[in-house]
Design a protein around this ligand. Structure first.
Ligand SMILES: C[S@@+](CC[C@H](N)C(=O)[O-])C[C@H]1O[C@@H](n2cnc3c(N)ncnc32)[C@H](O)[C@@H]1O
Length: 263
């Protein structure tokens, strides 16, 4: 698969990403629920600026090790800065594709974590790669937004449909307990639990939300619209999303923390 769109998108988002409180809280919750132990070797898939990697490194301690893997050089550069500031010495970062992990040996990790990455990954190949690098009885933990959320993205896809664009929900593969249970089982894991949670997203205005969707690597179909159609979609979206922005709960993001084990 060509990941250049994802890479460029995150290179552009990297500055300041690791300072956003909600990202940090989301990653720390995934790690806290995972039950890691001192001495474990952990792979943090789609590590970004390394928020989950740093949290995991504190738990596994100096006898343990965390390897953060990401496709975006920009995100990894930010990760290096945050790592230097953390004082931790048991984290390394590798630029690689987490849906293949060709650089890593079979059964070489005790745990694989992935926070906020499933939105951008093809679940089947990713879960297979993670299964391969985990040792038997190794732990998998990932976070997933509930399918149909955030509300502003659902409104965007509904607007796009009225312009003839059928944009799939990027969380269709693992965005419910049932679908995540089925996806991990297909990849050879034994599903353990899906812990519900809610993330309070920072409120954004309609124009900012539009920019986020228009630039997102999740919607390459937008490129098929003419500039006039795109402008009309923007007007329609800004009008419709503005109606929901003041409704309570618009920026509450229901998520799950999913855990499974390699037999
Ligand atoms: C929303 S960020 C999450 C970053 C971090 N885990 C966190 O919790 O803040 C998603 C990350 O997935 C990475 N990513 C997307 N597709 C990838 C792939 N195929 N291989 C490696 N990293 C990928 C992006 O570069 C980006 O850094």
């Amino acid at each position: 698969m060509d990941h250049s769109g994802v890479e460029a998108y995150f290179d552009g988002r990297a500055a300041g990403y690791g300072q956003l409180d909600w990202h940090t809280g989301y990653a720390e919750r995934l790690v806290a629920l995972a039950g890691l132990a001192s001495g474990m070797r952990v792979l943090d898939a789609a590590t970004g600026t390394g928020l989950a990697a740093l949290a995991a490194a504190r738990v596994v301690g100096p006898p343990g090790e965390v390897v953060g893997v990401d496709i975006s050089a920009g995100m990894l550069q930010e990760a290096d800065h945050l790592l230097a500031a953390s004082g931790l010495a048991n984290v390394t970062y590798v630029k690689a594709d987490v849906t293949t992990l060709d650089e890593f040996e079979d059964e070489s990790f005790d745990a694989v974590l992935c926070c906020a990455g499933m939105l951008y990954l093809s679940a089947g190949p990713a879960l297979s790669a993670w299964h391969r690098v985990l040792r038997p009885s190794g732990l998998l933990g990932f976070s997933a937004m509930r399918a149909g959320f955030p509300v502003a993205a659902r409104v965007f896809r509904e607007c796009a449909a009225s312009f003839g664009l059928a944009l799939p929900d990027p969380m269709a593969e693992v965005g419910t307990e049932k679908s995540s249970r089925e996806a991990v089982s297909r990849a050879g894991f034994v599903f353990e639990r899906a812990v519900p949670g809610v993330i309070a997203l920072p409120p954004r205005n309609a124009a900012d939300l539009w920019r986020g969707h228009a630039l997102s690597p999740n919607y390459p179909e937008l490129a098929s619209l003419t500039s006039a159609e795109l402008a009309a979609l923007e007007s329609s979206y800004v009008a419709r999303v503005s109606e929901v922005l003041s409704e309570p709960g618009t920026f509450d993001l229901p998520v799950m923390y999913v855990y499974a084990r390699k037999p």
